[in-house]
Design a protein around this ligand. Structure first.
Ligand SMILES: Nc1nc2c(ncn2[C@@H]2O[C@H](COP(=O)(O)OP(=O)(O)OP(=O)(O)O)[C@@H](O)[C@H]2O)c(=O)[nH]1
Ligand SMILES: [Mg+2]
Length: 356
């Protein structure tokens, strides 16, 4: 491997020199800003030092037939191997690898991000974006901005537009707690008439948990043990502006139940949000999303953002499913630990947490 150190006025100028000297196959091992010249640290010029390498392949030259010499013995024709001069300092290269490709060392903070399971389908495109932006601008702040803007473009957010809001999702992710936060938001902040229905009657404590919140917020709660009672509960709450429905995750994994529910409830007037915990592994979340896809989903609620620094599942799942984000929950406190970020805000959270 031939390694070369180049000092130039800018990264783009250095890149051009690398291309000229080592060709298009050269790999950038390291870049850094250096100061050249000056006296006692004064008047030094800012330069860019770039270290690049290329695999050394012998260059085989076509050899012209040699005219026969005076001697009678014919000379064997040998290929001439031209060795390229190694007019460089030997350096110990710092390589940041991403799969078979390398990121410039200045971008090493992104290496962890690109290895994220939630980014696996996008990693190559994001890699190209990072490297080209870095070499174009030589400015890490701009790289971060362009990266965040790409993430922003992929995340849609939505407001709930229907009178019925139903939460579904696996056990223990925070469905009931989130529903209580939503109830408080619509009742106290938006001053709307709110009703609660729970169809999660598998555990006594589940009903009691919601009843406690309903009492504190001072809103009516109906408990529906079957689909008939569910229909009656809707009639009872017909004067409410918003009706929030808690469910038991297991019901939505039962195809028979979902078929019956679809016959008795008009989903076109319901926003169904899949509640997922950000503490779960991305691959598990992908599977859960597919299993809960039996009713038309309006979007995601992601919970427990306070318990992880890794928010990439939001990006991965919203991009993959094209479903929007409704809200994020950030702690156990009802009603305060819930936010409705814009696409830009949530992408900033994702990128900043990933890079710090
Ligand atoms: N740290 C943290 N904990 C949360 C958050 N949301 C809910 N929890 C906690 O998660 C636990 C489960 O919350 P629940 O609301 O009962 O979850 P669920 O999905 O209704 O659970 P099941 O009804 O049993 O399926 C409780 O201890 C909540 O306080 C959150 O945003 N952050
Ligand atoms: Mg619950």
């Amino acid at each position: 491997m031939m390694v070369k150190r180049i000092v130039a006025n800018s990264v783009s100028e250095a890149m051009e020199l690398v291309k000229q000297d080592l060709g298009n196959d050269a790999i950038i091992l390291n870049t850094r800003q250096i100061k050249v010249g000056g006296l006692f640290g004064l008047f030094a010029q800012k330069k860019v030092e770039l270290v690049a390498s290329v695999e050394e392949h012998p260059v085989v030259k076509t050899v012209q037939p040699v005219a026969p010499q005076a001697s009678s013995e014919p000379r064997p024709i040998k290929p001439v191997v031209e060795k390229r001069a190694l007019s460089v300092e030997t350096v110990s290269p710092k390589i940041v690898s991403f799969a078979s490709r390398r990121l410039p060392e200045a971008l090493c903070a992104y290496e962890v991000l690109l290895a994220e399971p939630a980014l696996q389908h996008e990693a190559e495109a994001l890699y190209d974006l990072l490297v080209s932006t870095y070499y174009k601008t030589n400015d890490l702040d701009q790289v971060e901005q362009v990266f965040a803007a790409t993430v922003t473009d992929s995340i849609r957010v939505t407001a709930a537009t229907s009178r019925f809001i139903m939460v579904t999702g696996p056990t223990g992710v925070g469905k009931t707690t989130t529903l209580a936060k939503l109830a408080a938001y619509y009742r106290l902040t938006k001053q709307q008439k709110v009703g609660l229905i729970t169809t999660d009657t598998y555990r006594i404590s589940a009903v009691e948990q919601l009843r406690t919140y309903a009492d504190i917020i001072d809103i009516p709660l109906r408990v529906a043990y079957d689909l008939q009672e569910f229909e009656q509960a809707k009639v009872d709450l017909s004067d409410c502006d918003v009706i929030l429905i808690d469910t038991a995750g297991r019901n939505f994994l039962d195809a028979g139940y979902v078929e019956q529910l679809k016959k008795r409830h008009d989903f076109s007037e319901t926003d169904v949000f899949l509640v997922l915990s950000l503490t779960s592994k991305y691959r598990d979340l992908e599977q859960i999303q597919q299993r809960f896809d039996q009713v038309p989903l309006s979007g995601f609620i992601f919970t427990k953002a306070d318990e992880t620094i890794d928010l990439w599942s939001i990006y991965g799942l919203t991009k993959k499913t094209q479903l929007p984000l409704f809200c994020l929950t950030t702690g156990q406190e009802v009603p305060e630990d819930i936010i409705w970020p814009t696409s830009a805000e949530v992408s900033r959270m994702i990128v900043e947490r990933g890079l710090r």
